[in-house]
Design a protein around this ligand. Sequence first.
Ligand SMILES: Nc1ncnc2c1ncn2[C@@H]1O[C@H](COP(=O)(O)OP(=O)(O)OP(=O)(O)O)[C@@H](O)[C@H]1O
Ligand SMILES: [Mg+2]
Length: 592
Amino acid sequence: MHQSQLHEQPPKQSIRTMFRDLLQRVKRSRLFIVLAIFAVFIVAMIEFFIPQAIQYTIDVIIPQQLVDQLIWVFVLVILAALMLIGFQFLGSFLMAIVGQRALYDLRNELYDHLQNLDVAFFDRNRTGDLMSRLTNDVNMLQQLLSSGLLTLLSDLFIFLAISLYMFYVNWQLALLILLTFPILFFVTRFFARRIRSAFRNVQASLAEINNHLQDSFSGIRLVKSFAMENFESERFQKRNKINQEANLNAARNFSLFGPIVSFINYFGLAIVVAFGAWQTIGGEMTIGMIATFLIYLRLLQNPIRRVSRLMNTIQQAAAAYDRIQSVLSERPKIVSKPDAATLNVTKGDISFDHVTFSYNDDKEALKQVNFKLAGGKTTALVGKSGSGKTTITNLLTRFYSPDHGTISIDDTPIDHVTLESLRSQISVVSQDIYLVNGTIRENIAYGTPEIDDLAVKKAAAIAKADEFIEELTEGYDTSVGERGIKLSGGQKQRISIARAILKNPRIILLDEATSALDTASEKAIQEGLDDLLRNRTALIIAHRLSTIQNANHIVVLDNGHVVEEGTHEQLLAQKGYYEKLHSLQHEALATI
Ligand SMILES: Nc1ncnc2c1ncn2[C@@H]1O[C@H](COP(=O)(O)OP(=O)(O)OP(=O)(O)O)[C@@H](O)[C@H]1O
Ligand SMILES: [Mg+2]
């Protein structure tokens, strides 16, 4: 049942698969694409045409002193240039739209997909890694679509037009020039590879730096309280150093690459100048032709360099595509079955029948667990830390599925009903309280956003949260900060209880819901909770046994096994595990 982590080094999807998929994704923008290709074609033709005007000027206008034609050359070149920039703008903007649309769709698709994956998937994968797939990797594909492919096309057009013309005019010189291109191509590829691998190291070291920043700043209280500032600084410096070295390595390759390419370009230039001049002297070429060849040479060399660099972009995009694809191909295991019914809670009886479960294959968190929660009654779950209490709530809400055994509500196995209907009937106040970064009102009404203010206040009153909220200057509009950082632990718990109350469910799971409260506050809440729990099926988990004494039934868990069951009195009379826990806590209280 356990999937592996997302591939760090994804399997090579073929570049063809990527393009096929991308083509599918830009289908709805096909009109824009056709227009962009047309624009790029015009641009290429204009770039080809301008040197022709120069050649005409040198070879015809100057020798024949056709002064009155000069104004036309001037106007023509300016007009051509205006058209050039107009179509360039059109082409690149249209492709930007195409790329951005695809990016928008893909990112939404990824987000929806991720949200529906199992909780276990998020246990296995780092948030930062998933974030980078939604941001960097998606951007990479968008760049390929927006600029990469367009450049490729325009380069191709220019390359074809110019080389055809060159061969037509002077095939010997054209051949000589073309001979330098393979050299240029392979040199660029050679460096592109080295630069890419250097760049990958830069990225990796940057990710390390980011992780470090995130860890040390969000854990700044820990760092300070253990006086670990210097330790963290040293670790940071090490990572920063690795990043510096990676950058320098990339820079070394980059710095070598430019001059070498320049040299090859000058080599081509030397050929045109020397061979062209020789032919001109022999009367086989005109001066204007040499000038045109020189300009065309530049126009040719750029595409060669760009194409080999583009091959890099394509490879990087393919890697990004792989990483995105590996997320998209993850399938949630915990889903509503196609024929799932809506959960209809009647009595509210819940049963665990021979439930065995492990988070990862090495250790079972629950072993052959059997017990019942009577409908409308309160059952308490006690046991040592790590005995599997929270795991029970995780299985009941189907965050995870048992490896063996069945959990049923009113005799219907919970995997036979829709996830949505199951979860809508259960309120959980979890041990790790999560508050969203919004106001107190938004936090209480999370999950029931249409609810009116009065109901929010009533829920807060039952959870005994109203007093402290009203004392805040902004009351229910007070922002709780990231993860509720501006509130105390007990305040967060009470907001979380209010949230659970507002949902008005048939089943309530309270996992250490009042553990952060002082005894007086807990007592005060207890009344409200008693009211709330009446006629609902409730599971209360608490280390403080005084909290659960009044439960109708108590289940004792040890190391994933149910070891004892009964009422408080029955269990005390048994003088077993529960009695031991109880007397330990009494002793502890007595010593205070
Ligand atoms: N997400 C997880 N991935 C892997 N193992 C887990 C995960 N959550 C819990 N465990 C393991 O499962 C076992 C039971 O954990 P559980 O959270 O149910 O304990 P608990 O009884 O709620 O303890 P506590 O009283 O400390 O909250 C523990 O051994 C724990 O290490
Ligand atoms: Mg727990």
